[in-house]
Design a binder for this molecule. Structure first.
Ligand code: SF4
Ligand code: SF4
Length: 104
């Protein structure tokens, strides 16, 4: 699993760079974010949650049946909406509350 950043959507805010715990994301000469070592991404989704431009897609690994399926996140008030597109065209949405999602 890893992320892919769409440089056309990236506005260069740098939020993903700040939150990546592995310091894997950098800016290119056009101030667009890119992931330097995608093989080192462990899929924490922190960058996904911070990107307001939906420029980051998170590709699910083949080991969990990913086969091209990906997630992206859209902020909607206090909620995050997780959109999943599977390789066979199915779509799924899950909403989480930013403040409540870490409560047990
Ligand atoms: S958070 Fe999104 S818009 Fe901001 S630099 Fe990263 S990819 Fe670009
Ligand atoms: S998913 Fe986590 S580890 Fe991977 S690039 Fe984003 S912030 Fe870094």
């Amino acid at each position: 699993m890893s992320i892919k950043i769409d440089t056309k959507k990236c506005v260069g805010c740098g939020k993903c760079i700040k939150v990546c715990p592995g310091s894997l994301i950098y800016k290119n000469e056009y101030k667009k974010a890119f992931i330097k070592y995608p093989q080192n991404c462990w899929g924490c989704t922190a960058c996904l949650k911070e990107c307001r431009s939906q420029a980051i897609k998170y590709y699910l690994g083949a080991d969990i049946g990913g086969n091209g399926a990906y997630l992206y996140v859209v902020e909607d008030g206090s909620e995050l909406k997780w959109y999943m597109n599977s390789s066979d065209g199915r779509k799924m949405t899950v909403s989480t509350n930013r403040k409540e999602s870490n409560k047990y």
